[in-house]
Design a protein around this ligand. Structure first.
Ligand SMILES: Cc1cc2nc3c(=O)[nH]c(=O)nc-3n(C[C@H](O)[C@H](O)[C@H](O)COP(=O)(O)OP(=O)(O)OC[C@H]3O[C@@H](n4cnc5c(N)ncnc54)[C@H](O)[C@@H]3O)c2cc1C
Length: 456
């Protein structure tokens, strides 16, 4: 198949991925003397930091996504192809995609990351993940479906497993979703399910390391732990979930939490592409780049954002997988690409940390700014809301999010709890759009198994 890209006498920059990095790069190249071709498997930009709010019914999916073509309407050097990129052939400057081959002069990988299940097959098959909008909608449906089932069973142990939720991973995503679920337990579920004893519903946050919010300050870690404790989330540090099957999240061969709902937020890998030299792909599938975000050994191939492994003296483990890193790398790369087209030397990338934050619940958030500045509580929460509202793409999305948040704040309610497309585990898709269970066992269809469940 031909991708029908028009000929241009200007160099063609192909960007794979229209997430935070790809979007910023394509925008910054608006007036550059290049043809910009963006390829993404989705026709929308996904604002991942708010995915957990879609999963817990606080925001509509449409308010955190924005159509790529609408973002770039009017940008004359911009072209978009909706396609899955399946490989890179650097010897011929060719990208292989689901809609045909695309030739490039410069290639930029901005493919982000994928959930890392650490090779634990039972977790990959049965856990819920939160990396995409379909993931978030599935999670929302699944929780409400299980509450509907909990009403129907006469078996107390089975009911307990249907109501319990285990979140694995104590980073910002795990903390944020646990807090949000605790608020749902307090304000939303009792209204919808007065027949169930919500006092019995347990929310666990399980973290393998010694602290929550690993990269944040000790003050933020302590505040987050205290907030979650106040909300009734059972935080278990230095604990790993080793497998998840038969409605049990196992810590060891014999110890487990009975649950149908396991949310895996324990790590990600870079979303690398086939065809790159093995030597540049790290153990966690990030692509090694130099200080210009150029892929080692490939002069016209670059990587930015989560997929890029840029190691510096300050960041010996590579840059953090954060939206501002992707955006800042994109902006520097845009200037460097223009320099390269003019035969000038590129400038190195330097990360400016403007601060990190995490929200736990209403009036409860933690913020770390540079130079050791830390604040929390209501002011932290307002800061979090403001920053996220301002960075959401599109005016309509900002308004819809603001209205949804204001409604939830004043009514202590969340309007979005429709089970529009009932979720079965065999429908689960990974971020590559594949049905994750298809290549697993023939019995992958969701089946909670016999109700031999231990009270937690
Ligand atoms: C739940 C969650 C919460 C987060 N919260 C925060 C936060 O609060 N603050 C923060 O700074 N960061 C947060 N992050 C991390 C942040 O979202 C990422 O660091 C950021 O999205 C990285 O940007 P990127 O451009 O590298 O990739 P992404 O934004 O992930 O974009 C990658 C794009 O590439 C496309 N793509 C990938 N592979 C292919 C392919 N083969 N073919 C075609 N298209 C492809 C994808 O569809 C996607 O559009 C969060 C992430 C998650 C999952």
């Amino acid at each position: 198949m031909d991708t029908n890209l028009p000929f241009s006498d200007k160099p063609r920059v192909v960007i794979v991925g229209c997430g935070f990095g790809g979007l910023q790069l394509a925008k910054d190249l608006a007036n550059a003397p290049v043809q910009v071709v963006v390829v993404d498997r989705n026709n929308y930009h996904n604002f991942q930091p708010l995915l957990y709010q879609v999963a817990t019914g606080a925001l509509e999916a449409d308010s955190i996504a924005y159509p790529v073509r609408k973002i770039f309407a009017g940008q004359r050097n911009f072209l978009f192809r909706l396609a899955d990129v399946t490989g890179v052939e650097s010897a011929t400057n060719t990208l292989h995609t689901s809609v045909g081959e695309i030739r490039y002069d410069y290639l930029v990988l901005a493919t982000g990351s994928l959930t890392n299940f650490f090779g634990i097959e039972s977790i990959e098959r049965n856990a819920m993940q939160i990396k995409s909008i379909p993931n978030a909608l599935n999670l929302r449906s699944f929780i409400f479906q299980n509450f509907e089932k909990a009403l129907l069973t006469a078996d107390a142990a089975e009911r307990q497993a249907l109501m319990n939720i285990v979140v694995v991973g104590g980073g910002p995503t795990g903390v944020e979703i646990s807090g949000s679920l605790a608020e749902m337990r307090k304000h939303v579920l009792p209204k919808d399910y007065p027949e169930l004893d919500l006092g019995k519903m347990q929310i666990f946050l399980v973290e393998a390391g010694p602290a929550l919010l690993g990269p944040m300050s000790p003050a933020s870690q302590a505040d987050a732990g205290r907030y979650l404790h106040e909300l009734g989330v059972q935080v278990q540090l230095n604990t790993s979930v080793k497998r998840f099957e038969d409605s049990k999240a196992y810590y060891s061969d014999t110890e487990f939490i009975p649950t149908e709902n396991l949310i895996w937020a324990a790590g990600v890998n870079g979303a690398t592409l086939p065809g790159l030299p093995d030597a540049v792909v790290t153990r966690n599938k990030r692509v090694t780049v130099n200080q210009w975000n150029q892929v080692e050994g490939l002069a016209n191939v670059f990587a930015i954002g989560d997929v890029a492994n840029l190691v510096t003296d300050e960041m010996p483990k590579g840059m953090p997988m954060l939206a501002p890193v992707a955006q800042q790398q994109a902006s520097v790369l845009a200037k460097n690409l223009v320099r390269l087209t003019k035969g000038e030397a590129p400038q190195p990338f330097e990360y400016t940390n403007k601060g990190v934050m995490a929200i736990v619940a209403r009036n409860k958030a933690v913020v770390d700014l540079p130079k050791g500045v830390h604040f929390n509580g209501f002011f932290g929460w307002l800061t979090w809301l403001f920053v996220h509202l301002m960075t959401l793409v599109g005016f309509r999305n900002k308004v819809v999010a603001f209205v949804d948040w204001a409604f939830s704040y004043f009514s202590s309610d969340q309007a979005l709890r429709l089970i529009i497309r009932p979720f079965k585990r065999r429908d689960m898709r990974d971020d590559q759009g594949k049905r994750t269970a298809e290549h697993l066992t023939a019995t992958a269809e969701y089946n909670p198994g016999p109700p031999a469940i231990q009270e937690a």
